[in-house]
Design a protein around this ligand. Structure first.
Ligand SMILES: NC(=O)c1ccc[n+]([C@@H]2O[C@H](COP(=O)([O-])OP(=O)(O)OC[C@H]3O[C@@H](n4cnc5c(N)ncnc54)[C@H](OP(=O)(O)O)[C@@H]3O)[C@@H](O)[C@H]2O)c1
Length: 275
């Protein structure tokens, strides 16, 4: 496998951190970014260049990309992996909070794409791999805005794929289900704090149980990392990769029975949980 110049944003924990270790192990040149520099020190020891970057800050993203170009000349593969989840009833979620969800998960990914595309177009090659989620196709109770952000990102990527194909650039989405990382603790904690209305008490508690159980039996990052490597290195990369057993199952069941029946089925399963 030839050595590639790779930019990985969202490298300080979970899926991105494990991916970085694999890429470094394969001797690629890996530029890693996220807000918490101290959580990437071990990657630096393994050979990564590490940068503290917040994807909600366009200047920081642009500077990171310029810096990488100055140092290594071109970028072969970009993993836009940064993301987090808010949770709670739509009625109780402020629009300000929705903005912050989109600012990272959607606009953050767009900032990264906009920063690297001029260099990839010039080189007439490159791959951008966005970590979306099966939540970009399927919505479950209390996950409305996280799902909305990943649906938006999925939608953007499908159009981008057509826009840049003629420049030799390929884009893919990575769509995990539940993966055991730092992700669920942020999401589940937020679900509990976002609700005050008694009317939602029962459905919030049941949804919380449902999701907690799903994460407890969730996948390790391994299958998702392997699919990210496929998207980066396969001769014929796919547009989308469902990377875990539960995401493959949800993808196919929703396709077969339709969104409305799928929604009813999910709600039935959620309702079986304790309130
Ligand atoms: N775990 C799951 O079940 C699951 C399922 C489907 C999709 N995903 C997606 O997978 C991706 C990785 O998540 P994970 O599960 O590995 O969770 P994680 O352990 O919480 O990692 C999230 C990564 O994103 C970075 N990040 C978050 N906000 C950022 C910002 N504003 N600027 C720069 N970096 C930021 C974090 O770094 P800092 O905090 O240091 O900035 C961290 O490196 C996310 O896009 C998530 O939506 C996860």
């Amino acid at each position: 496998m030839s050595q590639k110049n790779i930019l990985l944003i969202g490298a300080s924990s979970g899926i991105g951190h494990d991916l970085a270790i694999k890429l470094l192990d394969q001797n690629h040149t890996v530029f890693c970014a996220s807000r918490r520099l101290e959580k990437m020190r071990n990657l630096e020891v393994l050979g990564a260049k590490i940068f503290s970057v917040d994807v909600t800050d366009e200047e920081q993203v642009n500077r990171l990309v310029e810096n990488m170009i100055e140092q290594v000349g071109h970028i072969d593969i970009v993993y836009a992996n940064a993301g987090f989840a808010i949770a709670g009833p739509v009625e109780e979620t402020s629009i300000e909070k929705v903005h912050s969800q989109f600012d990272t998960n959607v606009y953050g990914a767009a900032r990264i794409a906009r920063a690297v595309l001029p260099y990839m177009r010039e080189k007439e090659q490159g791959r951008i791999i966005f970590t979306t989620s099966i939540a970009g196709r399927v919505s479950t109770s209390m996950n409305a805005w996280y799902s909305a952000s990943k649906h938006a990102l999925n939608g953007m990527v499908k159009a981008l794929a057509q826009e840049v194909q003629g420049f030799g650039i390929h884009v893919s989405t990575i769509e995990p289900g539940c993966v055991q990382t730092e992700f669920d603790s942020i999401q589940l904690a937020d679900m509990k704090t976002t609700t005050e209305l008694e009317a939602y008490d029962s459905i919030v508690k049941k949804s919380h149980h449902f999701l907690q159980n799903a994460y407890n039996s969730g996948s390790t990052p391994e299958s998702t990392v392997n699919n990210m490597l496929k998207a980066g290195f396969d001769n014929k990369p796919k547009l989308s990769y469902q990377t875990t057993l539960d995401s493959k199952l949800m993808f196919w069941v929703q396709k077969l029975i339709g969104e409305q029946t799928f929604g009813r089925l999910i709600l039935k399963i959620i309702q079986r949980n304790p309130a």
